[in-house]
Design a binder for this molecule. Sequence first.
Ligand code: THU
Length: 149
Amino acid sequence: MAHLTYTDLTRTQQLLLDAAEKAMASSYAPYSKFNVGAGILTENDAVVTGANVENAAYGSTICGERSALVGAYAQGHRSVKAIAIIGRSEMGPAEKPVAPCGSCRQMLFEAAQGSKKNMEVIFSNTAKSDIIITTINDLLPYGFGPENL
Ligand code: THU
């Protein structure tokens, strides 16, 4: 997997990452103090963003990626082409790209099925100087999806 920097990205990828970065400002993370923003590009080129939302009952926390995903579903979108993810700690910048957790990969896998294309997953460190571009199939090989039911 190649490690890229912001200028290596296409304009569309840059704009999606910028949208994720903007959404990161709305993160509610008083417990971990780790802010995550995500930007989703839907099949019809709409951009929907989300941020992580924590809770005093820690397990009720929702990640930035799923926050963006459920927002997209709630707006009627059923198919996602790409997602960009960025994060930072309030104690300092994330040096390494912020990768989606296992639960988010599972939900992204399902959202990718609508398009029959391999969803692009872009994840970045805070400075946008270390960016990985991969696909959901690479992040979740042999994923369990609607076709398994
Ligand atoms: N978090 C995300 O939002 N996305 C990830 O991919 C990793 C973790 C959030 C959950 C929690 O609010 C905080 O980051 C620390 O785990």
